[in-house]
Design a protein around this ligand. Structure first.
Ligand SMILES: NC(=O)c1ccc[n+]([C@@H]2O[C@H](COP(=O)([O-])OP(=O)(O)OC[C@H]3O[C@@H](n4cnc5c(N)ncnc54)[C@H](O)[C@@H]3O)[C@@H](O)[C@H]2O)c1
Ligand SMILES: O=C(CO)[C@@H](O)[C@H](O)[C@H](O)[C@H](O)COP(=O)(O)O
Ligand SMILES: [Zn+2]
Length: 410
């Protein structure tokens, strides 16, 4: 839907059940927060698909945990013979064109027509793959996503980006393809592995560091949110949090902040984007490590390096820098990786981002807790400054001594 929206009408509006985004270019979609999304008593997913033919895709883990419920829901709510479920091999290394072709071939053999729906039930890898397939299948079909990871619910699920890794580059190919519906049920987070929760907290910390000092403080006070219950901390007392308290606050605040940042620049006409924080050095680390480093972990290391760089350049005071790096550490995320945190690879990352962002660097660095600025050109970062930032984090990692090396990607 793209009838131009006036500036007054555009924006993000929240209610008890989610958020609605209306972009200035007229793009509009909703991200729903719901409970028991796969209970046949919950009409939301069925209403999103509007009785159309549905080809659903998920991954092996989600199918093992929720596949029976998903099929029972579709059986109860859809006409027999109008839906199918397909399980895609998981993992970042499968986020590539071959898998997109597999999705389209499965959709075609399932008889998906132009008016049909591609449904993704999974994390960011599944949603990025299915969303890109939906963007190109028959030149574009409806795309509905049920986000089952924390990264999915606060980031993948609230935007319009879809895509795959290609040409040796993270997210090199893709499309902007707004979802017809995007559904978040926090119950999915209860079965997430701790490493995947931590990856999601990396993207939450990204928004806290650049936009929201109170969210930052909540994460400082509750670093194991989504992993163990916390009484509502004093800093959030006036939020009047509901029964689910801190988790609801962190989830909803992260969703809102990301949608508010994306809304005015949904298709990235302006390449200076605060949400690129943690995504300059990170993508190159992910690729160079053959995805040993998960996305949320690369974001964490990038944020620590960008913060130390800001300190060295005099843009961030040492106390705030220490708070940021200490938070990343407290969330159980890495701040350094010996194999990939080399000045050569980091230099390569800077040049790749400079090229991709229109020959301007637009490196996002914090200048305080809850705010950030852009370092706009490569010349603004002397090699010695980058090396000093790397050395600081390397020393911290050595002092932490015995920190377990990152293992296979989640
Ligand atoms: N499109 C966007 O705007 C956007 C934004 C952020 C990240 N991303 C992309 O998302 C990807 C990372 O997403 P991710 O962190 O969700 O990784 P992921 O999709 O690989 O999921 C992580 C792991 O969790 C498992 N899993 C999924 N849901 C589960 C559940 N409910 N319970 C138990 N296990 C579950 C998966 O099988 C997988 O093993 C990266 O490729 C990144 O580039 C895209
Ligand atoms: O990882 C992603 C998007 O893939 C988000 O977390 C992130 O904030 C931004 O979208 C970044 O701009 C990264 O974008 P991209 O490299 O995936 O195009
Ligand atoms: Zn990201």
């Amino acid at each position: 839907m793209t009838a131009q929206t006036s500036a007054a009408e555009s924006g993000v509006r929240g209610d008890d059940n989610g958020f609605t985004l209306r972009a200035p270019d007229g793009t509009s979609y909703r991200v729903d927060l719901t409970r028991e999304v796969l209970s046949p008593a919950n009409p939301l997913l069925a209403e999103a698909c509007e009785g159309r033919r549905v080809v659903a895709f998920t991954g092996p883990t989600v199918d093992r945990l929720y596949g029976r419920q998903l099929r029972a829901y579709l059986d109860a709510r859809f006409t027999p013979g109008t839906w199918s479920v397909h399980v895609l091999a998981g993992g970042e290394d499968r986020k590539r064109m071959e898998t997109v072709e597999e999705i389209c071939a499965l959709a075609k053999s399932a008889g998906l027509d132009r008016g049909g729906v591609m449904l993704a039930v999974g994390g960011g890898v599944t949603c990025d793959l299915v969303g890109f397939a939906a963007a190109i299948y028959c030149r574009g079909v409806r795309y509905v996503k049920v986000n089952t990871t924390l990264v999915g619910q606060i980031d993948v699920g609230v935007g319009v980006k879809t895509g795959i890794n290609a040409l040796g580059t993270k997210n090199m190919l893709g499309a902007y393809h707004p979802p017809h519906a995007s559904l978040n049920d926090p119950a999915f987070l209860r079965s997430l592995a701790p490493r995947d929760i931590r990856c999601g907290l990396g993207e939450t910390a990204k928004m806290a560091i650049i936009k929201d000092a109170r969210l930052f403080q909540a994460l400082e006070e509750c670093p194991q949110v989504f992993q163990r219950p916390y009484a509502t901390p004093a800093s959030l007392a006036e939020e009047g949090l509901g029964r689910r308290g801190v988790e609801d606050y962190v989830l909803r605040t992260s969703m809102r902040l990301m949608m508010e940042e994306l809304c005015p620049n949904l298709r990235e006409h302006d390449l200076a984007r605060l949400v690129d924080f943690g995504h300059t050095f990170g993508p190159v680390m992910e690729t160079a490590s053959a995805y040993r480093i998960a996305h949320g972990e690369s974001v964490a290391i990038d944020m620590a390096l960008s913060s130390e760089l800001a300190r060295v350049l005099g843009l961030l005071d040492a106390r705030d820098c220490e708070r940021i790096v200490a938070l990343i550490d407290a969330l159980g995320l890495p701040v350094f990786d010996p194999e990939t945190c080399t000045s050569e690879l980091m230099d390569r990352a800077l040049k790749a981002s400079w090229e991709r962002r229109g020959r301007r660097l637009h490196l996002v660095v914090p200048d305080g807790i809850g705010s950030a600025v852009f370092v706009d050109d490569l010349d603004d970062i002397p090699g010695a400054a980058l090396q000093e930032a790397l050395d600081t984090l390397a020393a911290r990692a050595r002092d932490a001594s015995g920190a377990a090396p990152l293992t296979a990607a989640c």
